[in-house]
Design a protein around this ligand. Structure first.
Ligand SMILES: Cc1cc2nc3c(=O)[nH]c(=O)nc-3n(C[C@H](O)[C@H](O)[C@H](O)COP(=O)(O)OP(=O)(O)OC[C@H]3O[C@@H](n4cnc5c(N)ncnc54)[C@H](O)[C@@H]3O)c2cc1C
Length: 253
């Protein structure tokens, strides 16, 4: 049965200013925003916001959804991870035009991806900019000193140049014996990376079969493209995980 959400916040409009923009990979940027008004936000780790920007000179506002990658503990700032979609209106604007000091209007928080209070071990699967929600979820849990649940985070890319935040999650792995970060690359010829090789869903399946006891006791949290979500749900269900314990918000690409 769906767990009740105790602290879901009513969506509202936030004015923010860009504090910094960091290149994470060749096509993914980290966007750090400071809230101007209201000055604080309350959300659940894993939730999303709607960006409203004016990507061209005609002055029409365009909105797109992005998942928050920061945690509720940093209530005066918001972080996002945005992939440049070739030909994409808003991601193109964010990558090519947005700069430090610019103001952006956001609306939210929205979404049903947040950690259920079910005490179950967790398997998280993300690809590319799908890192965002899972980074928020994992960081939030570990900052709250979650040591009971095993947390497995499988992060997929095509080659090594698509993999990021390895140091960030490596520190958590050293600190928390219950947290496991498994970067995976699809390109089996790329030998330079200390990653698992194969599709992220294939690697997760291998771990569930070989290393994770009682997979039917897991909850799963997913973030990424429609293709990744569909493949992950199929694999998890075939591994014995009930569909009612698999949580995600569908990316529309
Ligand atoms: C729940 C949810 C969470 C999300 N979280 C994130 C996130 O954290 N990070 C992230 O990067 N993205 C996220 N997304 C995706 C994001 O909302 C946008 O869809 C994405 O950035 C693309 O928007 P865009 O305006 O750049 O592309 P669009 O302009 O909408 O274009 C999308 C695609 O259509 C193609 N296209 C555009 N115009 C045409 C045309 N005239 N003819 C043919 N093809 C065309 C483009 O080339 C592109 O491939 C999320 C989506 C959802 C639903």
């Amino acid at each position: 049965m769906e767990q009740p959400v105790l602290s879901r916040t009513k969506p509202q409009t936030y004015k923010t200013v860009v504090k910094s923009i960091i290149n994470l990979t060749h096509d993914i940027k980290e966007i750090n925003l400071e809230l101007i008004s209201p000055k604080e936000i309350s959300f659940l780790a894993g939730q999303i916001m709607s960006f409203s920007v004016m990507p061209d000179s005609q002055g029409a506002k365009t909105s797109r959804t992005y998942s928050i990658s920061s945690t509720p503990a940093d209530s005066g700032t918001l972080q996002f991870i945005v992939k440049h979609v070739p030909g994409g209106k808003v991601s193109g604007y964010i990558h090519q035009k947005l700069k430090q000091g610019d103001e952006i209007e956001l609306k939210g928080p929205f979404g049903n991806l947040y950690v259920r209070d079910d005490g179950r071990d967790m398997i998280c699967i993300a690809g590319g900019s799908g890192m965002s929600s899972i980074k928020s979820i994992v960081t939030d849990l570990l900052q709250k000193n979650e040591k009971k649940r095993q947390i497995w985070f499988f992060f997929g890319g095509q080659t090594q140049k698509d993999i990021f935040y390895t140091e960030y999650f490596g520190k958590f792995e050293k600190q928390f014996g219950n947290f496991h970060f498994i970067p995976c690359i699809a390109d089996k010829n790329d030998v330079s990376c200390k990653c698992e090789r194969g599709l992220v869903t294939e690697i997760a399946h291998k771990f569930i079969e070989e290393k994770i006891e009682l997979p039917q006791e897991l909850s799963a949290y997913l973030c990424g493209s429609r293709g990744l979500l569909e493949a992950a749900v199929k694999m998890l269900v075939s591994s014995g995980i009930s569909e009612k314990n698999i949580f995600y918000d569908m990316f529309n690409l």
